[in-house]
Design a protein around this ligand. Structure first.
Ligand SMILES: C[C@H](O)[C@@H](O)[C@@H](O)[C@H](O)C(=O)O
Ligand SMILES: [Mg+2]
Length: 426
């Protein structure tokens, strides 16, 4: 069966998470976790589901961008797409008129991610399990000075050894996770304590705390968490781009006594040399720099890696151009021996990114050293195949697909502005 694509629909779905400060940080004080939610229809009835993550307002702009890209997709068959997936990626990212809107960044790239995520979902559903020549999905344009197709093939070939055991290991133990859900910046100390107590009881050992608005608050909150989790569990801090470079170094030095493993997004996500300066200054304190949730493409990641500007690569399934571009980043990170710890603080991100990190472990890095995947405890109930967490590990998903299909009833209720939930909010 050809699975010819006969339609692409996109909907603006928003969850009112800001009412309880879920997801809040030093720069995004009131996020309503949202998505531009894409459904691809085929002539045989099979559907592909995809999304990209947003914070509420402006989702309608991403919806428009998806509609603009849809014209490039409708009429194609799945077979012709996956026979030349690299070409299809380039068709979406390099349309001679639309590329002016990016290229490969901003709203148009978020839209590309949503569409391609749906294509991967469709592909996986059509075949049960995707068995592809990985390199043929990657657009190596702009990164061949660091990673050629031959090198990528070679890396994947080397990682064949032990693959079976790693797959079995994952099926048994799952992939290690950390939680961000105890310490959003808008949570009270009491809430923080309660959530941390519960998380410890459920087996969590790695915790991320939002910082960056007020240094005294940060000290108090980090002290509280460190006291609760003890010296052997792991603490990370995340400033969501709040500081200038010198300020970041000063502020984080002030929090060094709480022994964070990393400071995440200390400054502008575009400031590669700034991140390099912060990395250098904090290295003697044993604190690494993590970034990536707003790193908009493989070229930026390439430079971050070249400049030793990060010590933890945080890929994002909805910011980069879907699996295709994430594969390029996983391989570059492996070449530079920098661990990948995916970003998942949003709606649907946990569902998507678990696939990428399992692939990374089984087929690329073969290592769990200093690696963990983010987990947030919100909105999973709206998904058809929600993530399964056991003892603070992601258990490999069993259903074919990319796990981002939402329940139709949830989509209807949360569609903006006409869904029931938003009518009540008015
Ligand atoms: C607005 C969002 O919740 C962010 O705060 C979140 O993605 C965060 O940076 C994270 O690392 O999970
Ligand atoms: Mg973050």
């Amino acid at each position: 069966m050809l699975h010819r694509i006969v339609g692409v629909t996109v909907r603006d779905v928003r969850f009112p998470t800001s009412s309880e400060q879920h997801g809040s940080d030093a720069m995004h004080s009131d996020p309503d976790y949202s998505a531009a939610y894409v459904v691809i229809d085929t002539d045989c009835g099979l559907k592909g589901f995809g999304l990209t993550f947003t914070l509420g307002k402006g989702t309608e702009i991403v919806v428009c961008a998806v509609e603009a890209l849809a014209a490039l997709v409708v009429g194609k068959s799945l077979q012709e797409i996956v026979n030349d997936f690299r070409g299809f990626y380039r068709l979406l990212t390099s349309d001679s008129q639309m590329r002016w809107l990016g290229p490969e960044k901003g709203v148009i790239h978020l839209a590309t991610a949503a569409v391609l995520n749906a294509v991967w979902d469709l592909w996986a559903k059509a075949v049960g399990k995707v068995r592809a020549l990985i390199v043929s999905c990657i657009d190596f344009r702009y990164i061949t000075d660091v990673l050629t197709e031959e090198e990528a093939l070679d890396m994947l070939e080397k990682a064949q050894e032990g693959k079976q055991q790693r797959e079995e290991q994952m099926l048994k133990q799952g992939y290690p996770a950390y939680t961000t859900s105890c310490a959003w910046i808008g949570y009270s100390d009491q809430q923080l304590q309660q959530l941390c107590t519960d998380a410890l009881k459920s087996g969590w050992t790695k915790f991320k705390v939002k910082v960056g608005a007020d240094v005294e608050d940060d000290k108090r909150r980090c002290r509280l968490i460190r006291q609760m989790i003890g010296p052997n569990n792991t603490l990370m801090i995340d400033a969501n781009q709040r500081w200038d470079v010198a300020e970041a170094i000063r502020w984080v030095s002030n929090l060094a006594e709480f022994k964070p493993l990393w400071i995440e997004e200390p400054t502008s996500p575009d400031d590669i040399l700034g991140h390099a300066a912060i990395s250098k200054a904090l290295a003697p304190l044993g604190i690494g720099v993590a970034t990536g949730e707003q790193c908009h493409n493989r070229v930026m990641f390439k430079q971050f890696l070249q400049a030793s500007a990060l010590q933890f690569v945080q890929i994002d399934s909805c910011r980069l151009g879907s699996v295709n571009e994430n594969l390029a980043v996983l391989l570059m990170a492996h070449k530079f021996k920098v661990p990948v710890c995916p970003h998942a603080g949003g709606v649907g991100l946990c569902e998507l990114v678990q696939h990428l990190i399992l692939f990374d472990f089984i087929c690329v890095s073969a290592s769990l050293h200093n690696r963990m995947c983010e987990y947030v405890d919100h909105l999973h109930e709206h998904f058809a195949s929600p993530v399964v967490i056991q003892d603070a590990h992601y258990m490999p998903p069993k259903d074919p697909g990319f796990s981002c299909e939402m329940l139709e009833s949830s989509v209807k209720r949360h569609q903006f502005p006409e869904g029931e939930v938003w009518k009540m909010h008015k």
